[in-house]
Design a protein around this ligand. Sequence first.
Ligand code: ADP
Length: 169
Amino acid sequence: MELELMKGDITQIHVDAIVNAANSGLMGGGGVDGAIHKAGGPEIMAECRLIRERQGGCPTGEAVLTTSGLLPAKNLIHTVGPIWKGGNNDEKTKLQSCYLNSLKLAEEHQLSTIAFPNISTGVYGYPKSEAAEVAVNAVKSFKSKSLSKVIFVCFDDENHQIYAQLLSE
Ligand code: ADP
């Protein structure tokens, strides 16, 4: 699996799936979630609503797949990152699960390319360096079959610098 780093807006990326840093109600919100729903249109929220009715949303650390609506990506995976509460509340395990469960779901759909935002490092307050280390290690530990490329999409300079350093090691 090839690991790639990009800087910019994940809604513009042409891959088999982009990942959304959603909330457990799948209700939309600010940050990357807001940008994805805005760019992808109402079809995404309609499917989120069905998932909410069926299974009550998406627990922290898990992932669900929906249509990507008007986005250039072919599929959309919603995962729910942990809210940072100081680090002793299973935040690391939950963040690892976000990456691993998203990758697993992509494999179940025979996808070959996937792009991740920096889950939990916005409003959810996970320290950026620690989150990047968890993300890169989780992806590197994953034994892929269909997946050939994973792209880390950084929106802010700080995350981009952290990932550039980590991926060059
Ligand atoms: P969380 O609630 O999981 O912290 P946020 O959306 O607040 O989610 O932030 C997660 C990360 O997504 C942050 O690093 C933020 O800079 C980044 N981000 C915000 N908008 C976009 C976008 N359009 N494309 C890619 N990343 C984005």
